[in-house]
Write a protein that binds this ligand. Structure first.
Ligand code: MN
Length: 226
C-alpha cells in the first residue's frame, strides 16, 4: 500500500545540545493556571484545571511569528512547556515526572478577540488558539539539565519592556498534577507537549514587535512579529 499523497512532515522541536529532533505528538494547554492571570481573565482560582489543544504543526521555532488573519487583538502568553518521553493513562502524581523528557520556553499566541467571542457564545476555542504558528517554542532542554522546573522566574519583555512576570512556583496545578489530571482524560504519549499556563500581564502585540520570553533554568525565546 502507498499513500494517496505524500504524508506531511513530522512536526518536531530541536533538542538543545543535540542533533536529534523531538517528534511532536499532541499539544495540550492548561488554562488559568496562575492565580493572578485567572483573576485578570475573570475566573475562579478554586476551579479544577481545564485544557485545550493546539495542533502539532502550530509549533514554530525559527524566531518569527506571522501575525494571523481575522483578528486585531493577538495576545502573548509566556509559558513553560513540558515535553513527554512516555505516557499512559491514570498516571499518579508521584510517578508523573518520570515521563518528562525536557522543557522549553513557549508562547501561547491567542486571538483574544475571537476567544472572547467564543466564550460569549459557549463555542470552542480552536480559532482563538490553534492557528498557524500559534506556538512559538525554544529548543527542548533535556530534564537532567533543568535543576528545578517547579520554581524560578518566568517573564516576557516586549520591545525591551517587562510585560509579564511570575514564578513557576505560583502554578495552581503543578506539573505532576497536570500530567496526572490530563492522563485521566487522554492517553498521554511520547511526543506530547504541555503548555503549563501563563502568569498575569498578557497583552496585545503588533507587527514589528520583538518579544523575549524567559524561564529560569530553561532559557530565552526570541520572537519577532512579522
Ligand atoms: Mn495559555
Amino acid at each position: 500500500m502507498s499513500y494517496v499523497f505524500p504524508p506531511p512532515p513530522q512536526a518536531t522541536l530541536p533538542v538543545k545540545g543535540s542533533d536529534q529532533l523531538f517528534p511532536i505528538h499532541r499539544i495540550y494547554c492548561v488554562g488559568r493556571n496562575y492565580a493572578e492571570h485567572t483573576k485578570e481573565m475573570g475566573g475562579d482560582t478554586k476551579d479544577p484545571p481545564f485544557f485545550f489543544q493546539k495542533n502539532p504543526d502550530n509549533v514554530v521555532s525559527n524566531g518569527r511569528f506571522a501575525y494571523p488573519s481575522q483578528t486585531s487583538n493577538v495576545h502573548f502568553e509566556i509559558e513553560l512547556v513540558v515535553a513527554l518521553k512516555s505516557g499512559g493513562t491514570n498516571i499518579k502524581p508521584p510517578d508523573a515526572m518520570s515521563h518528562v523528557f525536557g522543557y522549553a520556553v513557549g508562547i501561547d499566541m491567542t486571538r483574544r478577540d475571537l476567544q472572547d467571542a467564543a466564550k460569549k457564545l459557549a463555542r470552542p476555542w480552536e480559532v482563538a488558539k490553534a492557528f498557524e504558528q500559534s506556538a512559538p517554542c525554544t529548543a527542548l532542554v533535556p530534564a537532567p539539565q533543568v535543576a528545578n522546573p517547579s520554581k524560578g522566574a518566568i517573564w516576557v519583555d516586549v520591545n525591551g519592556e517587562r510585560r509579564q512576570t511570575g514564578d513557576l512556583s505560583q502554578m495552581i496545578w503543578d506539573i505532576p498534577n497536570q500530567i496526572a489530571f490530563l492522563s485521566g482524560l487522554f492517553e498521554l504519549k511520547a511526543g506530547d507537549l504541555i503548555f503549563t499556563g501563563t502568569p498575569a500581564g498578557v497583552g496585545a502585540i503588533k507587527k514589528g514587535d520583538k518579544l523575549k520570553g524567559h524561564v529560569d533554568g530553561v532559557g530565552d525565546l526570541d520572537v519577532t512579529v512579522v
